[in-house]
Design a protein around this ligand. Structure first.
Ligand SMILES: NC(=O)c1ccc[n+]([C@@H]2O[C@H](COP(=O)([O-])OP(=O)(O)OC[C@H]3O[C@@H](n4cnc5c(N)ncnc54)[C@H](OP(=O)(O)O)[C@@H]3O)[C@@H](O)[C@H]2O)c1
Length: 277
């Protein structure tokens, strides 16, 4: 069965891979990006199966109008992928204020506003699937990723609540949690903070030195294929954890969190108001 998709951030990486694979299968794609020329080759091959919209996801008005135009052009959109994003990498203290604002505006507010823009359309057509590309860093964190992880934890919370809000309208929500993927994420797209010498010799410094040789295992072709299968399968899991680096990390961190909460159970139950006499 052929489907219609809407995807943000399609100029490279996962967004581009999804677009290529979907078009090759015979699906239609409303691909949005900041640099529309980046899809000229696909447009030449696939013609009208590819609808292109230019938008920066931090432009809420532009995002809303590109969403409206895409639904008008394609009629129905079965799956929306909130993919546009990048990593601001550094210790929290090292960032300029503008770097923090841009990271939140892109990864978090852009995702919130995309969801808000598509929900009325999905509701009107009787349902659909909203997929949020989060990260294994939406469940974990590490030195140098506090800011990036915070935006991915934020979209996790947004999606978990959203799934409960819109399920009644036939709208399913899936949070995709990949580990490291070989895309432009760690190179062209990364926004590095200015290192502060005070962190020399600390875990921040150790991660900073390690990052250049970090063994990225995730294949964008296979990651995109897994995301497509998740929509095709019709089950729409709330979470889709991808990557052999992500799986042990996330399951280990979540188990440790659970163990810590169990150890505090008596404290948690000791803080309620006394029952009314
Ligand atoms: N690669 C990884 O290791 C990894 C792991 C977990 C999660 N992720 C997530 O996967 C998603 C895709 O990243 P990727 O790995 O495919 O990296 P990528 O190759 O750098 O692609 C990122 C895409 O997002 C777009 N983008 C960034 N800011 C934007 C904005 N303000 N408005 C519109 N588009 C914007 C970029 O457009 P331009 O070409 O115009 O810059 C590009 O198309 C991101 O949400 C990222 O956080 C990546």
């Amino acid at each position: 069965m052929s489907r219609n998709w809407f995807i943000t951030g399609t100029s490279s990486g996962i967004g581009r891979q999804l677009t290529e694979q979907l078009l090759a299968r015979g699906d239609r794609v409303a691909a949005t990006l900041r640099r529309p020329g980046a899809l000229d080759d696909l447009r030449a091959t696939y013609g009208d199966a590819l609808w292109i919209g230019q938008v920066d996801v931090t432009d809420t008005v532009g995002l809303r109008s590109v969403v409206d135009a895409a639904f008008a052009a394609l009629g129905r959109i079965d799956a929306v992928v909130s993919n546009a994003g990048y990593g601001a990498i550094g210790a929290l203290e090292e960032f300029a204020d503008a770097q923090i604002d841009r990271q939140i505006a892109t990864n978090f507010t852009g995702s919130v506003q995309l969801a808000r823009a598509v929900i009325p359309h999905l509701r009107a057509q009787g349902g659909g699937q909203f997929l949020q590309i989060a990260s294994a860093l939406g469940q974990t964190a590490s030195p140098m990723t506090a800011l990036y992880a915070a935006t991915k934890w934020a979209v996790e919370g947004m999606c978990e609540g959203l799934a409960m809000e819109v399920g009644a309208f036939g709208i399913k929500v899936t949070i995709v949690e990949p580990g490291a993927i070989r895309t432009d994420f760690g190179s062209r797209s990364a926004d590095a903070a200015a290192p502060m010498a005070v962190y020399d010799g600390t875990p921040v410094d150790r991660v900073r030195k390690m990052s250049a040789d970090y063994p990225v295992r995730g294949d964008p072709v296979k990651m995109a294929a897994a995301i497509i299968r998740c929509v095709e399968g019709g089950e729409a899991p709330l979470r889709l954890l991808l990557g052999s680096d992500a799986w042990p990390r996330v399951t280990g961190v979540v188990q440790a969190r659970l163990d810590a909460w169990h150890a505090q159970k008596d404290v948690a139950f000791s803080t309620d108001l006394a029952p009314a006499s």
